[in-house]
Design a protein around this ligand. Structure first.
Ligand code: ADP
Ligand code: 5GP
Length: 225
């Protein structure tokens, strides 16, 4: 039996604030194997029940700038004209080589930087069903002041225009449907020939052993009872 061996996928998920990225991705990670969330670094302060090292690595502006200088980030951006957010490089490559997929939930500026550096990453855009629903979700989440919600809402109008730069768009109307779609996209991407070719070539011996390649069909191969 040949075993499926693929490198992990680098999965970049973006969409306007309140579209449901965190809600969807936490369910996908709960449901799927060999997949983890990358924890970003930020210079903003923790909100509500957020925990350092779990939701973000919360650092000062100076500490963040030191990480930039030391080339410790795969990408970073100033989000909502305010604070630094970035993806620590450490361990991502190691996880991918072990077959573990890594999800980055990052803003569009960061996603476009990754696209330049790593075009083979998988880019998924989470779209709200309407601006009205987006507004309702941001208000109901109750994690930002009215000013901050307005700022995020304004940014959303700009961000939504960028969805064409992603490989897939998932409208988050019914949560379970959106979660299913994201899981289906990840499963399908892991079966793509251009993603697994290298692995298959490296395992040619196993293919020959199982008679899957390099073997002509002969009558004796099938015994009909
Ligand atoms: P994001 O990570 O994109 O900023 P969140 O995951 O925090 O968005 O979701 C914003 C709010 O909308 C949260 O309160 C969440 O519970 C809610 N939410 C997410 N998806 C849905 C959905 N499909 N239907 C209704 N509410 C949702
Ligand atoms: P929040 O402050 O609501 O947690 O996040 C604000 C925005 O920052 C969200 O759009 C989120 O996707 C983005 N973000 C979170 N982590 C990163 C990161 O590492 N890099 C970039 N570029 N954006 C991030």
């Amino acid at each position: 039996m040949i075993k499926e061996k693929t490198k992990g996928l680098l999965i970049v998920v973006s969409g306007p604030s309140g579209a449901g990225k965190d809600t969807i991705i936490s369910k996908v990670i709960e449901n799927m194997k060999n997949i983890k969330l990358s924890i970003s670094m930020t210079s903003r302060s923790p909100r509500g029940k957020e925990v350092n090292g779990k939701d973000y690595y919360f650092v000062t502006k100076e500490e963040f700038e030191k990480s930039i200088k030391n080339d410790e980030l795969l990408e970073y951006a100033i989000v909502h004209n305010e604070k630094y957010y970035g993806t620590p490089k450490a361990k991502i490559e190691e996880d991918l080589n072990k077959g573990v997929s890594v999800v980055l939930v990052i803003d569009i500026q960061g996603a476009l930087k990754i696209k330049e550096k790593i075009p083979e990453a998988l880019f998924i855009f989470i779209m709200p069903p309407s601006m009205e629903i987006l507004k309702e979700r941001l208000i109901a989440r109750n994690t930002e002041s009215k000013d901050k919600i307005l700022e995020r809402f304004k940014t959303a109008y700009k961000e939504i225009n960028e969805y064409t730069k992603y490989n897939y768009v998932v409208v988050n109307d019914k949560l379970d449907v959106a979660v299913d779609k994201v899981e289906a996209i990840i499963k399908a991407e892991k079966c793509r020939v251009d993603r697994i070719e290298e692995i298959y070539l490296n395992n040619k011996e196993e293919f020959i052993h199982e008679g899957l390649i390099d073997k002509e069909f002969v009558n004796e191969d099938i015994e009909i009872r």
